[in-house]
Design a protein around this ligand. Structure first.
Ligand code: NAP
Ligand code: MG
Length: 492
């Protein structure tokens, strides 16, 4: 190790010994309609005053469908439908009956998983192996998990007779469209609430397919409503007086606006916002494993992950070795067609997000950090960004402080565990962290001292519906998942 010259490395990186043959997943499993309506009171209908917008495939810029844009009248109609369903059907229904619907939705998600995976990759740009192996199975797992709670709420630790709140207004982002819908809907429905869901403008299609699954499962009309549209539809939903609970996942900036809009009302609020997590590698860590964890931490889902390990904190004595191995590993990642089963890095979700990543990486260079990407051919059309590593990053650099939400890693070093904790906590966020070390006592000490809602040890980006997820500080408040995730939807 260390004996290789930069030249032979570069030559090897530029000319891999062999290439993967294309292995595209078939698009035929999904039929995309030319136009989609809003899902209100169990049926699809156009927006009241008729406007629509296009959703595109970010890997090709090809328009996939036109989708209705909800306005204030549609928000009124959806909230009214949800209120009626809450009062007349879903609220009074025994938990054991509600559970049956959730189980049905979960099973339908499993049965139609290929269809959902292909549609998610088309609309979002994420690699099919991620939508197939992570997004869709986890979405189904959330419905299965919360179905199990529906008839056991009195044993969940919230008193003998916890009551649902009423209509939940739920606004979600584009990075895990179906999974975020499942995180929001499953606990709300299990607890006896009814829902109005606003998916992100750039990724509405799997939420609409989920609405179809609700129909297929025979879910009573109005229990789940889906309002596609832009940020103004989300703003109208959270401000609606008929909404008793607001759940938001997205940027800290919009989260603050929502907190202001909800302040002084009787609405309950949970916010899942941004992050700038530290992934901390000690000199006694198994290096190969840690490198896989670093790659998974920041290049999974193109780095469009709120809990991404976007700051690598590596102990100074092993920093060069870790960075060298990391670069060699990154040179093997395959970027391209999201529907290809061998693709590791898909498309950036939107032009807007690509511009944001571009701006922040330029700031990284301007601040004096060293930028590196493996040799990598970007497709001619669509939105793409190569995996990128910045070394020589200091804590004051924008790329060490601001959430990039893209495939960009900032590398910082430390000498002692205390310094690692101080640097990791030097952020306005507090969503997640990773620790790589051989010592159990060090893991426990760090987990206690890191101000992060989720701490992974010798792994990263592990999710389970039974495990609560959420942040501190500017990463938001409230927990989703597990028993804790029920609390947000109960008057307890
Ligand atoms: P965003 O701009 O905050 O959008 C999130 C959702 O809010 C979208 O549906 C958006 O609609 C809607 N929205 C926009 N303005 C609104 C307003 N004034 N009132 C109500 N709703 C409004 O975030 P994004 O850019 O889509 O997502 C990226 C961010 O989300 C990142 O910062 C990331 O860290 C965070 N995130 C956090 C978590 C978590 O669990 N903590 C998970 C995923 C993502 P449009 O799509 O039409 O703009
Ligand atoms: Mg799209």
């Amino acid at each position: 190790m260390g004996a290789r010259t930069a030249r032979s490395d570069a030559a090897e990186l530029a000319e891999p010994a062999w290439q993967y043959a294309p292995a595209p997943e078939s698009r035929d499993v999904v039929s995309i309609e030319a136009e989609y309506g809003l899902f209100i009171a169990g049926a699809f209908r156009p927006a009241a005053n008729g406007p629509t917008f296009a959703t595109i495939n970010p890997a090709t810029e090809e328009p996939l469908a036109r989708v209705a844009a909800a306005g204030p009248a549609d928000v009124d109609a959806a909230v009214a439908a949800a209120r009626t369903a809450f009062e007349q059907v879903w609220g009074p229904m025994p938990g054991s009956e509600r559970a049956k619907y959730l189980y049905r939705i979960a099973r339908q998600l499993q049965e139609r998983s290929r269809e959902f995976a292909v549609l998610e990759s088309l609309d979002n740009g994420k690699p099919i192996k991620e939508s197939r192996d992570v997004d869709i199975p986890l979405a189904a797992a959330h419905f299965f998990y919360y179905a199990g709670w529906a008839d056991k709420l009195e044993h969940a630790g919230f008193g003998p007779d916890p009551r649902p709140l009423g209509v939940a207004g739920q606004v979600i982002p584009w990075n895990f469209p179906l999974l975020m819908a499942a995180w929001k809907l499953a606990p709300a429905l299990a607890a006896g609430n009814t829902c109005v869901l606003k998916p992100a403008e750039t990724t509405p299609l799997t939420a609409l397919l989920l609405a179809e699954v609700c129909q297929q499962a025979g879910l009573p009309p109005g229990v789940v409503n889906v309002l596609t549209g832009a940020g103004d539809a989300g703003a109208a939903l959270v401000a609606h007086p008929g909404v008793k609970k607001v759940a938001f996942t997205g940027s800290t900036e919009v989260g603050k606006e929502i907190a202001r809009a909800v302040a002084g009302t009787d609405k309950k609020l949970t916010l899942e916002l941004g992050g700038k997590a530290a992934n901390i590698v000690f000199d006694d860590a198994p290096i190969e494993q840690a490198v896989e964890g670093i790659v998974n931490g920041i290049f999974f889902n193109q780095g469009h992950v709120c809990c991404a390990g976007s700051r690598l904190l590596v102990q100074e004595s092993v920093a060069d070795a870790v960075v060298e191995r990391l670069k060699r590993r990154l040179a093997t990642l395959r970027l391209g067609d999201p529907l290809d089963k061998n693709t590791d890095i898909g498309a950036i979700n939107s032009r807007e997000q690509l511009d944001k990543i571009d701006e922040l990486t330029r700031a990284g260079e301007a601040d004096g950090a060293q930028r590196w990407s493996p040799p990598c051919q970007l497709p001619d059309r669509g939105y793409w960004f190569p995996p990128t590593v910045f070394t020589g990053v200091s804590q004051s650099h924008r790329i060490a402080r601001e959430e990039i939400f893209g495939p960009v890693l900032s590398v910082l070093t430390f000498r002692t565990p205390d310094e690692a904790v101080a640097k990791a906590n030097n952020t306005p966020y507090g969503l997640s962290a990773g620790i790589w070390t051989d010592k159990g006592s060090r893991i426990l000490w760090l987990a206690q001292n890191l101000r992060a809602g989720v701490v992974w040890a010798n792994t990263y980006n592990r999710f389970d519906p039974a495990s609560p997820f959420g942040g501190y500080q500017e990463s938001g408040y409230g927990r989703e998942g597990g028993r804790h995730g029920l609390a947000a939807y109960l008057d307890a």
